[in-house]
Design a protein. Structure first.
Length: 221
């Protein structure tokens, strides 16, 4: 028996080591499950099209992997990427979110994504100019609730999905409080549009001059 054990001992030890490696590769380190909220990003977005439907900012992912790969710092870079290269004209299309969309650390796999599908509507991008409406509050020192005004520029250029841009009637300024304002004054304020999918093509700040209800507006500084 001892002679048998001593014969070709080198090969026997090598075989034992190979068997151990094969066993570990099959059974291996225990695997754990973790959940993470990953941002949804888009690649190859068509230049003349825009997404007009609501879309999730993040996707909930259920992941499996070794404990050492599921630490918070390891999952900080996890992201879901949706390739829109196949979209060439206005349409509505459903996309399935799976392992092919997930950017994960080595050794980690995606079990499921929630939601597992998103349906997106694509429209032509439309630029358009809209008037600026000034939003006043309070009463000035002369007792007038709203006094003569000039706005520079009087119109701002917006852009976004065609159907949404057409519904925008004006851009509104931030609130200008006239409480106790004597005579004339110049305000530099920002403007905004209510639809979050519509944006300004350039700077959205305007200059508003207020003054007496009648007569020529004084020059502001």
């Amino acid at each position: 028996m001892r002679r048998f054990l001593r014969e070709n001992i080198g090969w026997k030890l090598l075989s034992l080591a190979i068997a151990a490696v094969l066993w570990y590769s099959v059974v291996g380190e225990p695997r754990y499950v973790a959940s993470v909220s990953a941002p949804l990003e888009f690649s190859n977005v068509p230049r003349d099209l825009e997404i007009s439907s609501e879309k999730p900012d993040t996707i909930s992912l259920e992941l499996e992997g070794p404990a050492g790969q599921l630490e918070q710092q390891d999952l900080a870079g996890v992201v879901m990427v949706l390739d829109l290269g196949s979209i060439a004209k206005p349409c509505e299309q459903a996309f399935t979110l799976g392992a092919g969309n997930a950017k994960l650390p080595a050794g980690v796999r995606l079990i499921r994504a929630v939601p597992s599908q998103v349906r997106l509507r694509f429209e032509r991008s439309l630029p358009r100019e809209v008037p600026v409406r000034v939003h006043f509050t309070g009463t000035g020192g002369d007792g007038h609730e709203a006094r003569a005004q000039s706005v520079v520029p009087p119109r701002l250029r917006i852009v976004g999905p065609e159907s949404r841009v057409k519904e925008v009637e004006y851009a509104e300024t931030d609130v200008i409080d006239l409480t106790g304002v004597p005579g004339a004054k110049v305000f530099r304020v920002g403007a905004f549009v209510a639809d979050p999918q519509v944006r300004f093509e350039s700077a959205s700040q305007v200059t508003v001059r207020v003054g007496p209800a009648k007569g020529r507006l004084p020059e502001g500084r």
